[in-house]
Design a protein. Structure first.
Length: 638
């Protein structure tokens, strides 16, 4: 190996290790690797940022904006809600929802398709009195499979097409992926609908039904103990007994900023202490009311307008006056006068601020809130809402809510006026579990949005207009018709994905020009010497799929595409079937919640654990390989 090859392999090894570790965001890892590659001299300075102007990068960014337009038009939402029926069997429901999800994903971003359908699926589960865990994973897998059908269905397809154009002068067209993608999608949907969901652990499928919409998990909530709370002076051991009445667990007690050890259960509770409790959303109301507590986050954020302790029917009312639990000494008479004054102003307060509601939202991958703490977000200052609880399925949470780093798949319990909750949810980029998570601007534009998009796709498919230009025209039309507000255009783009692709493409090109990809390809060919070409094709597919389960599918496609072409050249066969195999395998990441954003998105609402995915995912990957290889060889002969 040459010095350049050694440097590139070492750099990619570090990148893979950091991506698998997950401690740092993948876009930062990729961009850091690009900078390092330029400094080390393995990527020419003139090519350092060439990836950001690459057609694949531009197409992916435009597709994300187009997806927002299709979502905003309301067409998909109308169709989805019209098919909800509590009377259908599980298999029938999954078939319909998964089929719709796959069809949507063929024409829009698959994360957006899942975000549109997930709340619908959860509501259907509630009506049918079954756990949404039974149907959410099949829906997620189906939206991933649907992306295989078209060029714009998933980023790996776009990358593979662009690489083919770079190498052979002609890209894959819009529906070149359809023969293989359709077979994989139809077979995969049938599998998850009739077999796959039955492979989930019985404990997951038998979770108590009917409570899943608002009892998707236990929240860690910070509650402050006011001076007149009934728990002042009681020992933690006594609170343990009292908390059983509310199905609540006392996780920790914070006194003067210090955590009291869990074994010190004789410690008495004092005014202004903070209780960290683990409870469900429905039980939280009764606990706060009965124990006369206040929300620590809300009280710390807005001392001027404290929360009343009575939060009946998941609402709280604002009242004026000093914060409950103030450490300033007051005489009994002065305190009573202040309470009366606050009570007299209650009506005025409610008119000004409105009622506070509780809203559960799930954190989408790469949303604004991911990787940040409640304290850093300053939601109260910007939006007048509070983050009062966090649920992280399958993991025990012991740190303070305001100091926790929020992760994709977490479920957040927000509190505030209903209109402000809606605005805060859109700003955060989270997905409400109680209602559809994306803003619908005007449903009368549904046919217009679909017509504009359809015309552009047809024009691109027949070679009338270059695909990036066609998609750019759609974006402009959506902005002019206000289907996508101009202020939302840049917010619609997943910039971390753009940075990832733009950073890795120059590194991938350097690996190829240095002969590194040919070295890997030759190694695979040597290991499979004497084997038929279809066996080598299967090996390439398995290796790619394995990488995609632990890495970002876009990164996998960037690295695997030149390797696949190198293997084909080493065997002296047509490279197209190998590229198509990489396109399918890079997208099919079903073994882990980190392999694809859709898998991460359902983890919290479905209550899945890390090990639940492979039970359905491993057989599905085997099925995909079994049907994809023969179809690839028929449609794209060696």
């Amino acid at each position: 190996m040459t010095e350049t090859q050694i440097t590139l392999f070492a750099l990619l090894t570090v990148v893979f290790a950091l991506l698998i570790w997950g401690r740092f965001r993948y876009d930062l890892v990729a961009f850091g690797a690009l900078v390092a590659a330029v400094i080390l001299g393995v990527v020419p300075q003139a090519d350092a940022f060439s990836g950001f102007g690459h057609p694949a990068t531009i197409i992916i960014a435009l597709v994300l904006v187009v997806s927002r337009g299709l979502s905003n038009s309301g067409a998909i939402d109308i169709i989805a809600r019209s098919i909800i029926s509590a009377g259908r069997s599980v298999s029938s429901h999954i078939t319909i929802m998964a089929g719709l999800g796959a069809a949507m994903s063929a024409l829009m971003n698959n994360v957006g398709a899942l975000a549109l359908l997930m709340p619908v699926d959860i509501q259907a589960a509630e009506k049918a009195k079954r756990s949404p865990a039974i149907t959410l994973m099949p829906l997620s897998f189906a939206t991933i499979l649907g992306g295989l059908i078209t060029l714009i269905g998933t980023p790996p397809n776009i990358i593979i097409s662009s690489y083919r154009e770079q190498e052979f002068g002609k890209p894959f067209q819009m529906f070149d992926f359809a023969p293989v993608g359709l077979v994989c999608a139809i077979t995969g949907v049938a599998f998850v609908a009739f077999i796959g969901w039955r492979l989930l652990p019985k404990s997951t499928r038998d979770r108590e039904a009917g409570r899943e919409l608002f009892d998707t998990g236990l929240y860690l909530v910070e509650l402050r103990v006011p001076e007149d709370s009934k728990v002042v002076g009681k020992r933690l051991s006594e609170l343990d007994t009292m908390s059983n009445e509310h199905d609540t667990a006392i996780v920790a007690l914070m006194q003067e900023g210090k955590r009291i050890q869990s074994w010190a259960r004789w410690t008495p509770v004092r005014a202004n202490d903070i209780l960290l409790v683990e409870t469900s959303a429905s039980a939280l109301d009764g606990l706060v009311n009965d124990w006369q507590l206040t929300y620590a986050q809300a009280e710390e954020d807005q001392r001027r307008v404290p929360l009343d302790r009575n939060v009946g029917d998941v609402t709280a009312r604002l009242r004026l006056g000093r914060a409950v639990g103030s450490d300033q000494a007051e005489s009994e008479g002065e305190s009573e006068n202040r309470k009366n004054e606050a009570r007299d102003k209650s009506t005025e307060s409610k008119a000004e601020a409105g009622e506070l509601s509780l809203l559960e939202v799930v954190v989408r991958p790469e949303s604004r809130v991911e990787g940040r703490t409640a304290q850093a977000l300053r939601l109260q200052d910007g939006h007048g809402v509070w983050l009062v609880g966090i649920s992280r399925q399958g993991r025990k949470i012991t740190s303070r809510v305001r100091h926790m780093s929020i992760q994709a798949g977490d479920i957040l319990l927000l509190m505030g006026p209903a209109d402000r909750l809606k605005a805060a949810n859109e700003w955060l980029g989270t997905l409400p579990l109680a209602e559809r998570g994306l803003q619908v601007t005007d449903r009368t534009n549904a046919l217009l949005a679909a017509g504009i998009f359809g015309a552009a796709i047809l024009a691109a498919s027949f070679g009338v207009v270059y695909l990036p230009i066609a998609l750019a025209a759609v974006v402009i039309a959506y902005v002019l018709t206000r289907i996508v507000p101009i202020r939302s255009v840049y917010d619609s783009i997943e910039w971390p994905v753009v940075v990832l692709i733009g950073s890795l493409l120059p590194i991938g090109a350097a690996l190829e020009t240095s002969g590194g990809t040919q070295l890997i390809a030759q190694g695979i060919a040597d290991l499979s010497v004497g084997a038929p070409a279809w066996v080598v094709l299967t090996i390439v597919m398995v290796v790619t799929m394995t990488l995609s389960d632990i890495l970002n599918n876009t990164a996998t496609a960037v690295i695997a595409a030149p390797v696949a072409v190198g293997v084909a050249k080493a065997l002296g066969v047509n490279p197209d079937p190998f590229l198509m195999a990489v396109a399918v395998a890079a997208s099919c990441a079903f073994l882990t919640p980190i392999g694809h954003k859709n898998n991460t998105l359902i983890m919290g609402p479905g209550g899945y654990r890390f090990g639940d995915y492979w039970r359905m995912g491993l057989p599905l990957e085997i099925v995909v390989i079994a049907v994809a290889v023969p179809v690839i060889l028929i449609v794209w002969p060696l």
